[in-house]
Design a protein around this ligand. Structure first.
Ligand SMILES: [Mn+2]
Length: 350
């Protein structure tokens, strides 16, 4: 049976680990191998406590881009993690709760898929987990319901799903140098900047600009007229100015149309007005945080996935670097300051 909300009793000694956005899929890449190992280690440490709860806070298994693999196949692909979860769950006083996300929403709908998770990981599957620590109501859910592009409760095929399943594969196939890896960009207002950045740093700067300069210099030499190469330089400088201005404009538009962190948090504020909780723990955005809001605390467990983070490159435009992000929220009900966010980034060399 699928329980939308699960309530659990917390002891003063209970320790809780909240992880999400792992997007486990096949084939198992080197990065997924690193993530699996790190998760298994964190779960093993949690298992040393006699009272402990492991919360798998959604988008744990990638079922939007499943390429024909079943839930069982994917679990089998990650034996180290599965073994770690299963042996954690075996001990008295331990439990595993799986709060479904948008990429694994199928688990809420398909009983057979859910049964595999319940059997192999001994997990209770739900949408919302709620408990009390120090009289404070803690609510844990994946968080996609506060994101109009990915909410699945009133629409089984949200815009985000269509984008991931239909549009992105075409773009990455036809223009890989511009679009490959765009799914790893965390900040939505930077999605168009990612494409522009690839255009500038992978095509214009290393290929087009040198050709234009070389040709203009050759013409100048052949004609003994320096105006050709000077004109080429002026054109390239103007092009750079136009690109800088375009980048600023598209960032503004993208922030407005696609919604950034502040728009998301306003949705969470609205949610808090209708549901009573003191702390909400989300995943989904891949942006870890613990933030005081009006009347509640917003926490996000981040992700365990590849992320593309921006930095200003040599041309003054953003460039993206890839990292493996390993993060989680830990709760220790015995402590006054009971909630903590942890993160670790491992740079990836392309
Ligand atoms: Mn999600």
């Amino acid at each position: 049976m699928f329980n939308k909300i699960i309530n659990i009793e917390i002891k003063p000694s209970t320790k809780i680990l909240v992880v999400s956005d792992i997007h486990l899929q096949l084939p198992v890449t080197q990065e997924l191998g690193m993530i699996q190992k790190s998760l298994a280690e964190r779960i093993d440490i949690l298992g040393e406590s006699s009272d402990a709860i492991l919360v798998l806070n959604g988008d744990v298994i990638e079922l939007w881009e499943q390429h024909g693999h079943s839930v069982g196949d994917i679990l089998k692909g990650f034996p180290v993690l599965s073994e770690s979860i299963a042996s954690f769950a075996k001990k008295n006083g331990h439990s595993v709760v799986y709060t479904v996300g948008n990429h694994d929403d199928t688990l809420a709908l398909s009983e057979s898929d859910r049964k595999i998770i319940e059997k192999k990981w001994s997990a209770k599957v739900c949408r919302t987990l709620e408990f009390k620590i120090r009289k404070k109501i803690i609510r844990i859910e994946h968080g996609h319901e506060s994101d109009s592009f990915n909410a699945t409760s009133d629409n089984a095929n949200p815009k985000g799903k269509k984008l991931v399943q239909n549009v992105l594969p075409i773009l990455t196939k036809t223009m890989p140098s511009l679009f490959k890896g765009i799914g790893d960009v965390v900040n939505r207002s930077l999605l168009p900047s990612f494409v522009l950045s690839n255009l500038v740093y992978k095509m214009i700067a290393p290929i087009c600009a040198p050709i234009i300069i070389a040709v203009s210099v050759l013409i100048s030499l052949a004609t003994q007229d320096s105006r050709y190469w000077k004109a080429a330089i002026i054109v390239l400088v103007l092009l750079w100015v136009v690109l800088m201005i375009s980048d600023a404009v598209i960032k503004l538009i993208a922030g407005f149309v696609l919604g950034g962190k502040s728009a998301y948090l306003r949705k969470v504020d609205t949610y808090h007005n209708s549901e009573k909780f003191d702390v909400i723990i989300y995943g989904h955005t891949h942006q870890g945080a613990i933030e005081k809001r009006k009347g509640y605390i917003y926490a996000n467990d981040g992700c365990n996935d590849i992320v593309a983070l921006p930095r200003i490159g040599w041309l003054g435009l953003v460039e993206f670097n890839k990292f493996v992000q390993l993060s989680h929220i830990s709760l220790d009900s015995g402590k006054k300051d009971f909630i903590k966010y942890h993160q670790h980034f491992i740079p990836l060399v392309e």
